[in-house]
Write a protein that binds this ligand. Sequence first.
Ligand code: AMP
Ligand code: ZN
Length: 463
Amino acid sequence: MKIYNTLTKKKEEFVPITPGKVGIYVCGPTVYNFIHIGNARPMIVFDTLRRYFEYKGMEVNYVSNFTDVDDKIIKKSIEEGVPAHEVSERFIAECKKDMEGMNVKPATHHPKATEEIDGMIEMIETLIEKGYAYEKNGTVYFRTRECDGYGKLSKKNLDDLTAGIRIAVSDEKDDAMDFVLWKPKKEGEPFWTSPWGDGRPGWHIECSVMSKKYVGATIDIHAGGEDLVFPHHENEIAQSECCNGVTFANYWMHNAFLNIDNKKMSKSAGNFFTVREISEKYPLQIIRFFMLSAHYRSPLNFSDTLVEAAKAGLERILTAVDNIKTVMPGLTEEAVAADEANIAALSGLVEKYEAAMDDDLNTADAIAAIFEIVKLANTTVKDGSKAYAAKLLATIEELCEVLGIITEKEEEILDSDIEALIEERQAARKAKNFARADEIRDLLLEKGIVLKDTREGVKWSRA
Ligand code: AMP
Ligand code: ZN
């Protein structure tokens, strides 16, 4: 498999450190709110990468952190008058619900920054001992100029970076590009004791520590959104390589951004959506399919038109699966003449799918190969044997499963559909069409929706 490595700016053959095993570290969300639809992109893309390695028979150690101490979390905790960990724990739980809805597998480990402070203090101590960090008034800084190769991931040069800085250089730091490893506590903020006084870690150090602990000093693949290349990932490399003396990550993968209606998502522009909000409008399986319909390194535009197109595409696959299941019982047990050519065509398309996935996880082309299999199924299943139909079915199911797409046609019922059916039921009752009213109640019940007639009107709940 070839992977585009941000570090070398080239597609490279992927060679794991240990044959048959892959260690992946993906920077996770800062948990101060529901995750937004942009955060969902790396989750879906790298979960698909993991699934594809597993499909190839590799053992994957997939680690993704939760940043649970940060200015935004603290701000929210102050606004709500609750401890910071209450805010972060609440949104970790909500994030896990969204992940489940998007069929993103739980990571092998989901470390939290606040549970790894000791490891961070230890790494900072080593960096100080080795001369890569220094303390000033309770703040510990990383000395970027001491670090050979600083800027190699983002292709930035320290002198250019310094020249670009317009803000007054803090007199405390030795150099404008030095970054914080540890900061002193502020009144009302969570803190931990350290050799440099009470305080909390800077952002970057957590990933250096957690990736080493849960994956290893050198990891196969480090991933995240492209906004993380600089400074976050550049600083992670600096901390880890200066501390451990070995390469930090062999391959760096970065997803491009998701925009809404061709504009950068932002709360102030009013085009900011959480995954939870979107799930009211579309089943999350459609969102997952939509995200994978573009290559992960291409910017992706989120619009109703494009999501509707993804919905129609997914429907085509699910209908084909349904169709195979319907005709299969009537097919002959013995092999038929057409089987050989059909099975060869199917194998060719599976190869096409794998070639696309092997080419830097090109899910767009992999989905195109699935559509070709769907077309083959629609045109040939009736004239093949039962064994051929079973092979078609198992193949479509397996290739979709790698993309995290479930081919069972179980439509999730949306709130708006439920409300519409309840209205129709009320109208049927008014017209004394009780048969239809009961039919609607039973239909909703089948989908797990329970109706309750109350004095204030009909109330419903999901069973
Ligand atoms: P954050 O919580 O901001 O640290 O983001 C968590 C992950 O989501 C990181 O990998 C970000 O790069 C990624 N991310 C944030 N916004 C977007 C976006 N609009 N499109 C794609 N990825 C994003
Ligand atoms: Zn990180």
